[in-house]
Design a protein around this ligand. Structure first.
Ligand SMILES: Cc1cc2nc3c(=O)[nH]c(=O)nc-3n(C[C@H](O)[C@H](O)[C@H](O)COP(=O)(O)OP(=O)(O)OC[C@H]3O[C@@H](n4cnc5c(N)ncnc54)[C@H](O)[C@@H]3O)c2cc1C
Length: 388
């Protein structure tokens, strides 16, 4: 297979590179022009979801046998990065949907895969994942949403918090507790459909960024979910989340941050050359040059780390979690630093909506919280190194 250099350290195979280029074209031509308007009006990008579906980009993490593209994490990350350069909200919706498709493919069973994957890949259905709860923070082990077996059904009670695409999606991968006595072995994952009686949604959170995604609370009150909607076996919820949210989602989150940073760096370079003060472009000042250097290096270092970590995880899924943690932690903090610097390079303009970098800063900030906070990730990485 031929390959070409697309990132600082990793060659993508040519077929993956073609997909990345397709994503880049769609992002530039179809997503970027309306991204700021969607951010301002808090509009969910349904039209863009359809464009991504038509291009086959909703099947990135699904095998060819199931009608997907079958790319690895490096391919997935490269596409998410391109989409995120234009609109991080759209990239986040894509990542959430991909997590659900992955879960169905690896653990949903053939009947469920046949029923749902075609619709999810065509954008006729949309997936969201629901792990987080009001009282669990980043600790999935502390969830309390209960699923009690009753014949051919689970009866689900509890609530999930801050769920991306909660209102717009119609299929949810939900982590529940099937046996409260068994700790991590007592958790399972269920697919829950939107029209299930007893499922209701809270008001949309009034977020600082990532505003063209919605985030809502989901409440389950005696929701009866067929046993056939169990993903994996009962008691395997931790593993399913590990292979999907952790095994793929963290790479997606890292890629969103890398894409945001790249846009911020590009805008800053352009602005530094165009903005003149007393007849001189601000680019001539060493202070501005230093900021530009830090932004470029931040982006390149995070992109390189992401691709190295994604490639390691592709060749050895056992190390996917720790590599995803590293890539996400580094990239999300880098993106906040880079977008903050971009505002500084643009001066007062950077503080205004028209110049985009303030949106990038607001979007970047959310990624330091989503999936797992930086503090949790630092602890996880240190514990792995220390063998604790
Ligand atoms: C934009 C966005 C989209 C999201 N989308 C989804 C989604 O689609 N699905 C989903 O399931 N969840 C989603 N979430 C929820 C996300 O997973 C949580 O916000 C995240 O895990 C942090 O939990 P919290 O907000 O309750 O923060 P808290 O847990 O309240 O944390 C507050 C602070 O305390 C620190 N802290 C807490 N416990 C510890 C500890 N033990 N050690 C050290 N520090 C600690 C944290 O690091 C943080 O600094 C989303 C969040 C955001 C911001």
């Amino acid at each position: 297979m031929t390959s070409m250099m697309t990132t600082q350290q990793i060659d993508l195979p040519e077929e993956y590179e073609e997909t990345r280029r397709l994503a880049e074209k769609i992002a530039k031509e179809r997503i970027a022009p309306s991204a700021s308007e969607r951010d301002l009006n808090r509009t969910f990008p349904w039209d863009i979801i359809r464009i991504l579906a038509e291009a086959g980009l909703l099947g990135l993490v699904v095998s060819r046998d199931h009608g997907g593209f079958g790319g690895g994490r490096a391919c997935f990350a490269s596409v998410v990065e391109e989409i995120s350069k234009a609109c991080a909200s759209t990239a986040l919706i894509l990542v959430s949907n991909a997590i659900v498709t992955k879960a169905i493919e690896i653990a949903g069973g053939e009947a469920v895969a046949k029923k749902w994957l075609p619709e999810l890949l065509k954008g006729q259905s949309l997936g969201a994942f629901a792990v987080h709860e009001p009282d669990c923070g980043s600790n999935a082990g502390a969830i309390t949403t209960r699923a009690r077996k009753d014949g051919d059904y689970y009866v689900v009670n509890g609530s999930k918090f801050f769920i991306t695409s909660a209102e717009e999606a119609n299929l949810y991968l939900v982590l529940v507790r099937t046996d409260p006595e068994k700790g991590p072995q007592g958790m399972s994952t269920l697919l829950i459909e939107k029209d299930t009686p007893g499922l209701s949604f809270g008001h949309p959170e009034d977020k600082m960024g990532l505003t063209s995604t919605s985030s809502r609370e989901m409440s389950f009150s005696d929701c009866r979910v067929p046993v056939r909607n169990l993903v994996g076996k009962e008691g395997e919820g931790t593993q399913v989340i590990g292979k999907t949210v952790v095994g793929w989602g963290f790479f997606g989150a890292a890629a969103i941050s890398v894409g945001i940073a790249k846009s911020a760096a590009d805008i800053s370079v352009r602005h530094a050359k165009e903005r003149t003060i007393a007849g001189q472009p601000i680019a001539v000042h060493q202070a501005v040059q230093f900021m530009i250097t830090d932004m470029i290096l931040g982006h390149e270092a995070a992109e390189s780390l992401l691709m190295v970590c994604a490639t390691k995880a592709d060749s050895s899924p056992d190390v996917a979690a720790i590599n995803g943690f590293k890539a996400k932690l580094f990239a999300s903090e880098m993106a906040v630093n880079v977008t903050d610097k971009a505002i500084q390079v643009l001066g007062g303009h950077g503080y205004c909506r028209d110049y985009v970098v303030e949106r990038l800063f607001r979007d970047a900030r959310g990624l330091m919280l989503h999936f797992k906070t930086s503090e949790w990730l630092r602890q996880d990485i240190a514990k792995a190194a220390l063998g604790l």
